[in-house]
Structures are given as structure tokens and as C-alpha cells.
Design a protein around this ligand. Structure first.
Ligand SMILES: [Zn+2]
Length: 455
């Protein structure tokens, strides 16, 4: 039985909740850029699932095994030419990881086979594309007594890009991603969680089984059947598994007890963000979040989000960012948020003659607007202005002196109950512009500590 699965009473292959987290971790760590060897070293150090010994090949086999996305692959010998060919049966067991993640990992493996340099940690490991031949550039560190630089190099085209220059070039993009990541971690995780049935029956059953097992080996030890050494190893393994299961059960129960509404979460995030902007701490909080990461953490962060980066160099050897390709799993996450009316776009606009950028959302319904405003009103005195903009024209909005624009909400016209002053139904976009009075925030925000930084 592959790790992460077990047989139930009816010989059906089901997920083993005690070892499932190990599988999830292996795939995550691999996507973060760790090698098979590095992952097995970490697990041996942690004595994970002791007495199991982890080898790089163990990890590789797990990454390669299609079972983790639900498919069963069988190798059949074709009688005539004695060739062995794989036959794949799709969706035969419950998957532990998504198809997208499995495929990302295979993709990562191909890259790793092509360029393998891992003597140091490189921020953009396997990410920078050569502008001339579009191969992934190799990582290199320059030695010698001089100041050491890290490079990304294409041997074929004789091109070198310095890592610190690339990081500099990508700073504002990285800060946007860091801010986004912080918001997701703090507010939007419940939206991204899989909507699996949150029953604890299976886990309860498993806990019961393990407790019985514990009793059994205790008895075996007491009656002298089992040696002390074997007993304590087995006993500890069961205890560890029980611990994981109990934690898991608590998590499920916790998640169940939280009722949340995406628009309320969005309002909470906006209130905090607005507070930080007013106190002028947003940029420094984001900056220090990035700078306090270790180099490994930075590399993992980039690796998880980014598939590849296209950079060019002009005749003055100045680098230019051409394109960032995101990983599919990241794009899927954005799509999920978009679906709930959360994903935001920066809308450039002119406010009081000053160019500005305001967060906007994709079209949301009247009801969603109301949920958002209700929450915001607990902290601010808000006003909602409706603006109708013809598709090709420019809408104009001038906030009053004591008003601050916090959000632009394109309201979907199908769901809208408000009458449009423009007859041509299809030819306008309805915007809700939400403002608040920064001098009249309600007590909680004024006294409230901004805990963005500590989370
Ligand atoms: Zn090249």
C-alpha cells in the first residue's frame, strides 16, 4: 500500500489520515524547490515516522506515483515483444493532492534534470529564462576574493544576469505578492479551503482503532512477548499518529464553527489596509515581511508562485522585466477568489486631479455590496455613490473634502435592482464608489492595534 493510503474493512483503498500530511508536505516541499535528497534528509532529521528510513529514491517514487492524484498506474508486460507498458486507470482512489500540483511537480522534475546547481540558495532557482534562447538559466556563484555575486547564466548565449539586480528589478512585484500573501493567510484562507464534508466519523474510527492497537501492544509487552526496544518504537509511532489525528479533528471542528462571508472578510482586510495606509505603515510592514525572510524562505516563496520570469537586457546592460508567468496552482487560487468576488484589480483613476490607484473587484451583486458595506459601517461612516459609465466614456467622480475613496465596486447589472438612468441597458457599467470619512472612524479602529505585522 503506498504511503498515505490504507485498506478499510472492505478491502477498499482509502486515505490514511495519519500519513496523508506527510504526502502533502513532500509535494509542497518539492514545489518549493527542494531536492529529493534534501527532503529525505529533513525527514530523517525529524525522525518522521520512525523507524522508517527516508532515502532520496523514496521521495522520488512518491513524487512519481500517480496514485496521489487518484490514478492507478499498472505496468503490464506485452507478451509478444516483452515490452513493459504502463496502463493508467483514472480516478480510482480519492486523491491526496490535486492534478495541478502533481503535474507541476513533474514539470519541476524536468527542469531539475536539465539544470542542476544547488551549492547555494538561489532566489530565482529554475525561474529565469534566457531572452535569446529561452532556456532556463543556470545558477552560478562567482568565487575568488572579490565580492561574491550570484549569477544566472546561459552557457550557450554567454549571458549573465546578477541576482541582486534581478531582485531589485522585481522589488515592486515582490512586494505586491507579499502583501497579497499576507492578506490571503490572514483573511482568505477559509475561502480557499476545499469544501469537503466536515465529518469526523472517519477520524473517530481511526482514533478508536489506534487506541485498541495501543492497548494490544501494551499487553504484549507486559506479558513479555515483545522486547522493550520494539515496544517503545511501536508505541511512539502510535502516539504520534494519534496526536496528528486529534489535531486534525480539532481543525475540522474549528473550521466548522467559523461562519464567514467573503465580503465581510474583504471589508475586514480593507479596514486594516486603510488604517495602515493612513498611518503610513503599509509599505514598511510589507518590506520588513520580505526582508525578515531567510534566503530559503524567499526562494520558496518565489518558487511557489512563479513558473518563470522573462528578463531582457538593453545595450547599457540594464535589465528589464518582460513577463512573469505564474504557476497554475497560483492562478487557480486567484480564480477561486475571483469566483467569490474577492480578487482585486488595481484601477488607475484620477481623484481631485491627482492620479491614484484604487482597489477594485470584479462585478459583484447588490447583496454582496451590502454585505461589504454593513461590515465597513461597523468601523467607518461610509457612503456609496453610484456611477454609471458608458463603455467608451470616462466616468467622473470628485469626493468631498472629508471623504476618502476606499473601494470601487463594479456592480453587475444583471443582479442589480437599481434603475439605471441610462436607457441603453447593455451599454453602461455601474460602479459603486465607497468613501469614508477618515476623521470619523469609530473607536475600534482608532484604538485598535494593527496586528498585520505580527501574523
Ligand atoms: Zn540562451
Amino acid at each position: 500500500m503506498p504511503l498515505g493510503y490504507k485498506k478499510d474493512g472492505n478491502k477498499k483503498t482509502i486515505i490514511d489520515e495519519t500519513t496523508k500530511p506527510v504526502i502533502e508536505r513532500i509535494f509542497t516541499m518539492y514545489l518549493e524547490g527542494k531536492s529529493f535528497q534534501q527532503i529525505s534528509n529533513i525527514f530523517n532529521e525529524e525522525e518522521l515516522l520512525k523507524p522508517k528510513k527516508w532515502k532520496d529514491t523514496t521521495i522520488q517514487k512518491i513524487i512519481d506515483n500517480k496514485i496521489y492524484m487518484g490514478d492507478y498506474e499498472q505496468f503490464k508486460r506485452i507478451a509478444k515483444n516483452k515490452q513493459i507498458e504502463p496502463v493508467v486507470y483514472m480516478n480510482v482512489v480519492e486523491p491526496i493532492i490535486s492534478r495541478a500540483v502533481w503535474e507541476e511537480c513533474q514539470h519541476q522534475k524536468e527542469k531539475n534534470q536539465r539544470t542542476y546547481t544547488r551549492d547555494r540558495v538561489y532566489l530565482f532557482f529554475q525561474k529565469i529564462k534566457c531572452p535569446t534562447c529561452s532556456r532556463i538559466m543556470k545558477c552560478k556563484g562567482s568565487g575568488g576574493k572579490k565580492k561574491k555575486y550570484m549569477y544566472y547564466n546561459c552557457e550557450k548565449c554567454h549571458l549573465n544576469f546578477r541576482e541582486d539586480k534581478i531582485e531589485e528589478l522585481l522589488t515592486s512585484f515582490i512586494y505586491d505578492m507579499v502583501e497579497y500573501d499576507m492578506a490571503v493567510k490572514k483573511y482568505f484562507l477559509p475561502i480557499l479551503a476545499d469544501n469537503k464534508p466536515t465529518k469526523t466519523d472517519d477520524i473517530d474510527k481511526e482514533i478508536k482503532g489506534l487506541e485498541k492497537q495501543k492497548e494490544r501492544i501494551k499487553k504484549a509487552y507486559m506479558s513479555g512477548i515483545v522486547e522493550m526496544e520494539d515496544f517503545s518504537a511501536d508505541y511512539k509511532l502510535i502516539e504520534d499518529k494519534l496526536e496528528i489525528l486529534k489535531q486534525k479533528k480539532n481543525e475540522i471542528l474549528d473550521l466548522d464553527s467559523i461562519t464567514f462571508n467573503p465580503q465581510q472578510l474583504m471589508a475586514d482586510r480593507d479596514i486594516e489596509r486603510e488604517t495602515m495606509i493612513r498611518l503610513d505603515t503599509l509599505n514598511s510592514v510589507v518590506k520588513s515581511n520580505w526582508e525578515n525572510k531567510s534566503k530559503e524562505e524567499k526562494q520558496e516563496f518565489i518558487s511557489k508562485l512563479v513558473e518563470s520570469i522573462n528578463i531582457t537586457q538593453d545595450s547599457n546592460k540594464v535589465l528589464h522585466l518582460e513577463k512573469i508567468n505564474f504557476r497554475k496552482i497560483f492562478v487557480d487560487m486567484l480564480a477561486k477568489l475571483l469566483d467569490k468576488g474577492i480578487f482585486e484589480v488595481m484601477i488607475p483613476c484620477e481623484i481631485n486631479g491627482k492620479e491614484d490607484v484604487i482597489l477594485g473587484t470584479p462585478n459583484i451583486s447588490d447583496k454582496q455590496v451590502q454585505d461589504y458595506l454593513d461590515r465597513l459601517n461597523e468601523y467607518y461612516e461610509t457612503k456609496l455613490y453610484l456611477l454609471y459609465e458608458e463603455n467608451d466614456g470616462n466616468g467622473e467622480f470628485i469626493p468631498k473634502k472629508d471623504e476618502q475613496v476606499i473601494k470601487i465596486l463594479p456592480i453587475s447589472s444583471q443582479s442589480s435592482t437599481t434603475k439605471s438612468p441610462i436607457d441603453k441597458e447593455d451599454n453602461y457599467i455601474q460602479y459603486g464608489i465607497v468613501t469614508y470619512n477618515p476623521n470619523k472612524t469609530k473607536a475600534r479602529v482608532l484604538n485598535g492595534e494593527c496586528d498585520y505585522a505580527t501574523s
